[in-house]
Design a protein around this ligand. Structure first.
Ligand SMILES: C[S@@+](CC[C@H](N)C(=O)[O-])C[C@H]1O[C@@H](n2cnc3c(N)ncnc32)[C@H](O)[C@@H]1O
Length: 217
């Protein structure tokens, strides 16, 4: 779904030292930032290691999470090298897949599987470059999650669309700082899951307010 992100993870898994080597002499300047942005946007031909190094620099040298505008803060990438190497160890044995959610969830579903889903939120479907998430995809995800054997936790900015789904789903309001952007401004982040938190944690967490979907007004 995001080839550059998946490729970066694969390079951290397979070639962390080569990736750090490539980043050693990275030039943090505006012209270079936009040159790399254009090259990746236009899908210029380059090897996977270069693509990962450029994508990493764009993430680090950009102002916001959209990674489309240059930040003038200045950043020493050498300070990131220990984190990249730690990530390499952390990702040992971890599968990184770049597939549509339906393909992946169907493949992995089993009674003891746990899915954490963080799809594009309502009103921000077009936020991700090169990824098309259509309105019907929200329903496609909902119907799929209602049919699985495993457990899921789903993050959303608004769960009203899910109200008519089922009584078996539990909905909780996550308090600030879980505020997220939507087309109409900032809305409360919402967690929806098909199990009770009490199954997962013995003591109820004070900051989480659990309610049934049908309590939603
Ligand atoms: C709210 S963001 C998740 C961000 C992620 N949790 C993180 O911390 O980086 C939504 C993600 O859904 C991905 N996405 C969009 N359409 C998808 C699809 N059909 N299947 C799987 N993922 C998709 C987007 O590429 C984007 O990375």
């Amino acid at each position: 779904m995001n080839n550059n992100l998946a490729n970066l993870y694969w390079q951290v898994q397979e070639n962390p030292n080569s990736l750090c080597d490539r980043l050693q002499y990275a030039i943090d300047c505006e012209a270079n930032f936009y040159r790399m942005c254009d090259a990746l946007k236009q899908k210029q031909e380059m090897d996977d290691l270069t693509r990962a190094a450029w994508f990493y620099q764009i993430l680090r040298f950009s102002y916001g999470s959209k990674a489309s505008s240059y930040s003038w803060k200045g950043r020493d990438l050498w300070r990131d090298f220990p984190t990249i190497l730690s990530a390499h160890h952390r990702l040992r044995g971890v599968g990184v897949h770049n597939k549509d959610f339906e393909h992946f969830i169907k493949l992995m579903d089993a009674p003891d599987t746990f899915f954490y889903c963080d799809p594009p939120y309502y009103g921000t479907e077009d936020y991700y470059d090169g990824v098309v998430f259509e309105d019907g995809d929200h329903e496609r995800l909902r119907d799929l999650l209602l049919s699985i054997d495993g457990k899921f936790l789903l993050s959303y900015n608004d769960c009203r669309k899910f109200v008519s789904c089922t009584r078996d789903m539990v909905c909780s309001l996550r308090k600030s700082p879980g505020w997220i952007a939507s087309s109409s401004g900032m809305t409360a982040a919402t967690n929806i899951q098909n199990y009770s938190y009490r199954i997962m944690i013995r003591k109820p967490v004070a900051s989480l307010h659990n309610r049934c979907l049908f309590d939603w007004s």
